[in-house]
Write a protein that binds this ligand. Structure first.
Ligand code: F6R
Length: 600
């Protein structure tokens, strides 16, 4: 959940790190820090504190000349966010500095066994790693000391270490937490995420688990690196070309990333279609189609918003492809002793491809010998690499913590997959997706109407979304979005369930937003809306034109019913955005959250 970045090269290292931290901040933003080797003083200089990267950028003294640096942006796991717990951390004698993303599970045992004399400054597990390196280096080389430490620590880590005795070396190690290495004509950059490499690397490579990397300057003044496996054998990997450009990760004139990403959704749909259309026909890797056609049940595992996409996926697999499917929350999967079918296939849905709960499931499922498919927005992610197959969403980098375009992209891809699996195509998917993109544009162009509605009716203490069938899944997602960025307590309910208890919460003026996209549920959802109105609720109805009533507040263009969640979610994303805007919340970086949840 944290972001790390390190640089060694001809550029001013501190600038590479600060720019990298700005791009990595969505991974965690409790606190941040930087440590670099100052050429003039021949010493490490550190800035770190609680708060956002822009404070660091403002407070920073740019006079220093430096070519080696590491940086960190934190989402607290061990110890609360404060200056002492911010990274980088140091060994007791200040020889080594470290930044770390991950969780060391056996840090207490290691402290007791190896470091009983050490006076720890922070509450973090990270300080244990750097002190072990300093302990072991007394009898061995730095590389050996780091490798020995790695052989003893258990858990997840992507870490970068620098050493006052070797100011032209940057050391890195990785297990389970993501780490990429990028090279360009001016040096080497290591980071948790490709975004921090943009502008500094022409090519990049994801680093594998249980590896150790050394970056240094060779005798000819070139910056080189070597990667070793756990027993010290060199590893060679294939570099990928950097396709991302700075424009793609900027706000492109929008006030917030979230608004930009909502507005990008029509082009996301068109982009995914283009990627999966071949000679006007949707095409998916035949091996994946064969795998899914021959299974007796699909098990979808996901978390949060991606889990909501999974619920829609279940509907699509069962209704279009006619394959039974069930959805499990990844963090619950390990505790439910599921009676699996004889021939299951597991689909992992994850925007980031790094969610630790999912990774734990993937490891377990693979151990059981079942086939796995990951659907992700990040091709280089752990879940993409470790599954038997993957499909890319092609939604482009999603930077706002609240997921919008990736959710839409996930459902579009699940629709394409179900469609390719179906014997009898129930509609023309290409035509229907194109219509949805146009219908979305209409909502986005008229978003001021939603803004006014939000100001007048939604900025309250709590809020309810209700719907049935596919609309219920949209309600779950809509409620998550509204609560996570506006902090208005919001619940999504199956409309028919209200009267079994929750209706007790309805009182004068409470906003209840009903979603109606399907003919079969129109009357019953409307009856439930009347019930809450009779108890004082302030209703807002989002409906498709063909099932609308003139009194509905948000009426959307008609599209294929089975695909309605792709469209109906858009006004709810805008409701969340405008509610957070009205309440003055930090929309792109809501409190307590991080984009990539790399701890279980
Ligand atoms: C909410 C949100 C989260 C993520 C969840 C899973 O807006 O983004 O609920 O969906 O943390 O993340 P991924 O999809 O990266 O596995």
């Amino acid at each position: 959940m944290c972001g790390i970045v390190g640089y060694l090269g001809n550029n001013k290292a501190s600038e590479v790190i600060l720019s990298g931290l700005e791009k990595l901040e969505y991974r965690g933003y409790d606190s941040c820090g930087i440590c670099f080797f100052d050429v003039a003083q021949e010493a490490f200089v550190t800035y770190k504190d609680i708060g956002r990267v822009f404070h660091l950028v403002n407070d920073f003294n740019y006079q220093y000349e430096n070519h080696l640096a590491i940086g960190h942006t934190r989402w607290a796991t061990h110890g609360k966010p404060n200056q002492l717990n911010s990274h980088p951390h140091f060994s007791q004698n200040k020889r080594f500095a470290i930044v770390h993303n991950g969780v060391i599970e056996n840090y207490r045992e290691l402290t007791k066994k190896y470091l009983p004399e050490v006076h720890f400054i922070s509450e973090t597990d990270t300080e244990v790693i750097v002190n072990m390196i300093e302990l072991f280096v007394k009898d061995m080389t730095v590389e050996e000391a780091i490798r020995k430490t790695l052989s003893l620590i258990e858990g997840s880590y992507a870490l970068l270490v620098i050493d006052t005795h070797h100011p032209e070396c940057l050391y890195a190690a990785k297990n389970k937490s993501p780490l990429l290495i990028g090279t360009g004509k001016n040096g080497i950059t290591l980071a948790s995420d490709i975004m921090a490499l943009v502008g500094y690397a022409d090519q990049y490579m994801p680093i594998g688990d249980k590896t150790f990397t050394v970056c240094k300057k060779d005798d000819y003044g070139h910056y080189i690196f070597e990667i070793y496996d756990i027993i010290g054998l060199p590893i060679h990997g294939d570099f990928l070309r950097m396709d991302l450009i700075l424009d793609e990760i900027g706000k492109a004139g929008y006030s917030h990333y979230m608004l930009k990403e909502i507005c990008e959704q029509p082009s996301v749909i068109r982009n995914i279609m283009e990627k999966y259309l071949s000679y006007d026909k949707f095409t998916i890797n035949p091996e994946i189609l064969h795998l899914l056609k021959s299974c007796d049940r699909i098990y979808i595992l996901a978390a949060g918003t991606s889990m909501h996409a999974g619920l829609v996926g279940k509907y699509l697999f069962e209704n279009i492809a006619k394959i039974p499917c069930e959805v499990n929350i990844a963090s619950e999967f390990a505790y439910n002793s599921l009676l699996l079918t004889k021939n299951p296939v597991f689909i992992f849905i994850s925007q980031s491809g790094e969610t630790a709960d999912l990774r734990a499931c993937l490891v377990k499922v693979r151990e059981l010998g079942y086939k796995t498919l990951t659907i992700t927005n990040v091709l280089t992610s752990t879940l993409a690499r470790e599954a038997d197959y993957y499909l890319e969403i092609f939604a482009g980098p999603e930077i706002a913590v609240a997921s919008t375009k990736a959710y839409v992209g996930q459902i579009v891809l699940l629709a394409i997959l179900s469609y390719c699996l179906s014997e009898n195509k129930p509609f023309d998917l290409k035509l229907e997706l194109s219509k949805i993109a146009v219908a979305m544009e209409a909502i986005i162009e008229n978003r001021d109407v939603i803004h006014t509605l939000v100001k007048e009716r939604i900025v309250k203490r709590n809020c309810f979304y209700i719907g049935r069938g596919l609309d219920y899944y949209t309600c779950l997602e809509a409620a998550l979005k509204l609560k996570e960025i506006s902090y208005i307590q919001t619940e999504g309910f199956a409309a028919g369930e209200l009267k079994h208890g929750t209706i007790a919460l309805i009182e004068e003026g409470v906003p209840v937003i009903g979603i109606i996209s399907q003919h079969a549920i129109n009357n019953s959802t409307r009856a439930n809306i009347r019930e809450v109105m009779a108890r004082g609720a302030n209703k807002i109805i989002i409906s498709l034109n063909r099932v609308s009533d003139p009194s509905d507040e948000i009426i959307l263009m008609n599209i294929e019913e089975m695909l309605s969640p792709i469209l109906t979610v858009v006004p709810t994303q805008l409701i969340a955005f405008f509610a957070a805007l009205e309440l003055g919340k930090d929309i792109d970086k809501p409190r307590n959250l991080a984009k990539s949840v790399t701890v279980e």
